[in-house]
Design a protein. Structure first.
Length: 185
């Protein structure tokens, strides 16, 4: 293969990843592969040559974003203010529901896609446990609120991600605010 052909293949792969990221963020992980190929300006065969399975494409698309979630969780764990750390994680989660359906489908989902990020899911769960424990120890959580309660609140927020985009930001933002007000001590 010539240098030019390799550069073209790399360019096609990069275009597929960008198009898939945009498509999955807007539509979700079940978006048709033909739509991803169309948005990338490549044929379906080219898409499958680079990513033989949907799971491989999803993992490639979301790897950077999942890593970013880990960075934000570590920053929250390093924050000396327990309430700011915990509430920041809740608000960040809510924001991702509005702007990137695919990321949370991968992190919250089951099946192959969810399994691809199992370690990251475990790390996020442990981080949330620590944040809740710190907030409880600091007295900034309502009596009796525990990590399972916060997880239930996140599931409630995630359940609204399928709202039409014109409504989701407002409704999810309001729910996140109500949840934070409800768990604060």
């Amino acid at each position: 293969m010539s240098q030019n052909q390799r550069a073209d293949a790399r360019s096609n792969r990069a275009r597929v990843v960008v198009a898939a990221r945009e498509t999955f963020a807007a539509v979700g992980l079940e978006a048709p592969m033909r739509e991803v190929a169309r948005r990338a300006g490549v044929g379906v065969a080219t898409l499958y040559r680079h990513f033989p399975t949907r799971t491989e494409l999803v993992a490639a698309v979301l790897a950077e974003q999942v890593a970013g979630c880990g960075v934000r969780m570590r920053a929250a764990l390093d924050d000396p203010d327990p309430w700011r750390a915990l509430s920041g994680v809740v608000l960040d989660f809510a924001d991702r529901q509005v702007h990137d359906r695919a990321l949370n489908e991968a992190l919250l989902g089951s099946g192959e896609v969810g399994a691809a990020f199992q370690e990251e899911r475990r790390d996020h769960a442990q981080g949330l446990n620590v944040l809740v424990a710190r907030a409880r120890a600091a007295g900034v959580l309502r009596e009796g609120v525990d990590a399972d309660d916060v997880r239930a609140a996140l599931v409630a927020i995630a359940s609204l991600r399928r709202l039409p985009p014109s409504r989701s930001a407002h409704v999810i933002g309001k729910l996140a605010g109500v949840i934070l007000a409800g768990i604060r001590g």
